[in-house]
Design a protein around this ligand. Sequence first.
Ligand SMILES: [Zn+2]
Length: 193
Amino acid sequence: MAQLYFYYSAMNAGKSTSLLQSAYNYRERGMHSIIYTAAIDDRFGVGKVTSRIGLQADAKLYGTADDLFESIKADEQARPLDCIFIDEAQFLTKEQVRQLVEVVDELDVPVLAYGLRTDFLGETFEGSHYLLAWADKLFELKTVCHCGRKANFVVRLDQDGNAVKGGDQVKIGGNDTYESMCRKHFKALVWND
Ligand SMILES: [Zn+2]
């Protein structure tokens, strides 16, 4: 039986590196997989997953309106699939997570999704919310705060280095940066009213 896997973390915990390593392992064994990444994230150019340590691979882009079940089903009929990889899985809609559940249960193709657990206010993203709820297996990829504790929160810093405490969940462009922090330091910066 295929399963739905969710690898979640804060930022810069090596999600894309882990995805690319797994995809490479599949390819090396002569297995056929497809990588999807969110169209919303064009940091590294369209249609690629790129890791900070220099690995990259071509990827299909998905937008919020795309039916991933139908897309994957068509690919599966053209050539049997051994695995589906989803990068930036926090950007999936609830409906798309359901579609991935059907890929696993109806097409019997494993799905490995990688994404952020929470946004810069500590709220789950829609995709992460339903992956955490419905995945067969959850794996946390760990990274560390500047204090050395495990970092499972993300702080958005404006150009002056101040924590942003409101606004849209996804911001494209601008000078804001993101830093992974432990809960204690996240609270001190974001919940300190
Ligand atoms: Zn800390």
